[in-house]
Each structure stands twice: as structure tokens, then as C-alpha cells.
Write a protein that binds this ligand. Sequence first.
Ligand code: AHM
Ligand code: MG
Length: 336
Amino acid sequence: VQMEKVNIDIVTLTRFLTEEQAKHKEATGDFTLLCHALQFSFKSIAYYIRRATLINLTGLAGSSNITGDDQKKLDVIGNDVFIAAMRSSGKCAVLVSEEEEEAIFFPEHENARYAVACDPIDGSSNLDAGVSVGTIFGIHKLEEGSKGTKEDLLKPGTELIAAGFTMYGASAQLVITMKGGTVNGFTMDSALGEFILTHPDMRIPKKRAIYSVNEGNSLYWQDSVKEYFNSLKYPTEEGGKPYSARYIGSMVADAYRTLLYGGIFAYPADKKSPKGKLRILYECAPMAMVFENAGGQALDSKMQRMMEVVPEGIHDRSGIFMGSYDEIEKVKKFHK
Ligand code: AHM
Ligand code: MG
């Protein structure tokens, strides 16, 4: 009888982080510890989302966050889990969360050298329907001599030292990239309680005929945006086929699909939201870093490289177009 071959040489996120650390002789291990705390928050949030309907966690929490959205019970829990993880890591000096109006400081950890921005549960309007949501994060290093201020986060994405997201779908998928590095994807193995490297060196396909945008906003779009999307639906060349539309309404899920399959995800600035809807620090910039490091592109509504946009406030918004390299080139051609 032939024994089934078992792969015992799996790369867990823990192992991956340790091996990454070993590549940097000057590394102190602080960043690795911060990532372990992040990893724990993803596991906890995944756990609560899975159990949400069973333990009566769906619905509204009866408060609203600063952007006026109704907060869900799970939004509140995700935020609390994230804050607790960052505090207890001892490595995070300042944290910006979508759910908190002001930055949160952890002065008790004098030697903490990192600043973190996060959207603990992005796409939460989808929660009660059991549709995928996600957590997005970006990590900056404090300026030399800084004890941690919000200025440590009001920097362009080009200065992020790491960024990524976790999508809570059929399984939890974690995607992480470091400055100048590759993009790596991990799948949560719930039985082992570990994220396993399943998608090493992710590269976004150069093109794919899929677009992802809330077309219900098209009345408010500027003409160049309307013309671009129309060109995808009504191709003019002989025998040209229209694109497929896919829109989940959870940026993390739409972005993850776009990363794997290619195509474009956009949330343009429009007449209703002239600054765009999605937030720079914890939605646009981290995603832009992932897409660029995977060989794609990400631009704001002025066709500026998203990674170079400098936010003035911690909750500033931007329009965004991100996806396959060739598709974003096409977007530029329509811009006036
Ligand atoms: P949230 O952070 O309040 O959940 O909002 C962000 C979400 C994104 O995940 C998604 O891309 C977008 O909002 C969907 O917005 P809309 O419902 O306007 O299409
Ligand atoms: Mg969000």
C-alpha cells in the first residue's frame, strides 16, 4: 500500500517572519513581534466573524463612528481586539483606526518604534449577510527621536515599511508585503491555528477583462470616468468583447480577487464625494503598496501615483483606481 505523501515542510507565517528577520542583520526583532500581534488580531477577528450569528453579534451597536457610519457590534469588537493587540505588542507607539476619531498613543511603551494604521473590519455593511469583509493595515517606522505622533503616520505610502490585509472569506486569507519586497499570501488553517504560505510571490496578471466599481454612482462620475467604463462595456474594435462586472462592496474582497485574477477595482472621486470615499491611511495606501509590489498600479482620481499621496489628516479620503498594469495605463489615456 502506498502511503499518501504528507507535506511537512510548510511555511507558517511565524516561520516566514523569522526567516525575513534573519535576512536583515540589523533587525532587532521588534517588527517581527509587532507582526505576531497583528497575526493574533486577525485570528481573533476571524473567529468572532465566524461565530457572529451564533453568539448574537450581528446588527448595530447603537453608536456611530466619526464618519457617520452606523457601527456594527462586530466593528466595535474588531476595533477593540486590534487596539488591545497593538497595545500589548509593546512595539506600537501610535495607532490610527477607522473607528477612532483621534490617534491612540501607547506612551507606556517607551521603546516602541512603530506607527500603525488600520481598518479593523472593512466592508462591514456586508457583515449581516455573511459576505466577506477584511482588515487592512499599514505600518510606518517612527521618525528618529519621535515618541510617536500622528505626523509619524501622515506620510506617503512610499514610506510604509509594510502593509497588507486579511480577508475573512470561505477561509481567512492574509496578504502582506514589505517595502521593496514581494507580496505573499497565507491561508488560515483553522485546525492548526496557523497562517500557511499558500501564495508566495503573488503577481497580478498584466490584464484581465473584469471591472469592479459601484456603478450606482455613475450619475456623479466625471466624464472621463464614464467614458473609460463605457469603453469596457461597449468595445469599439471589431469583434471586441465587453468586460465582466464584479462588485462585492468589500474593498478587501474586491481587491483580493483583482490581485489574483487581474482587472481593475475603482472607487473614483465624484460629484457627490469630491474627495473620494475610501480613506488614504488605512484603505488606499496599503492596497496601493500591495498592488505595486505585485506588479500592478494604483492611482488617485488625479492620476497621481497613490503611493505618493500625502494625507493631511488621519481620516483623509481619496479616489482610487488600482489593478493590472495594462488596465491602469488605459485609465490614464481617458483622463483629461
Ligand atoms: P467601510 O470602511 O465603512 O466598510 O467602507 C468601505 C467600503 C469598502 O470596503 C468598499 O469598497 C466600499 O466601502 C463600498 O462602498 P459603496 O457601498 O459606496 O459601494
Ligand atoms: Mg473601511
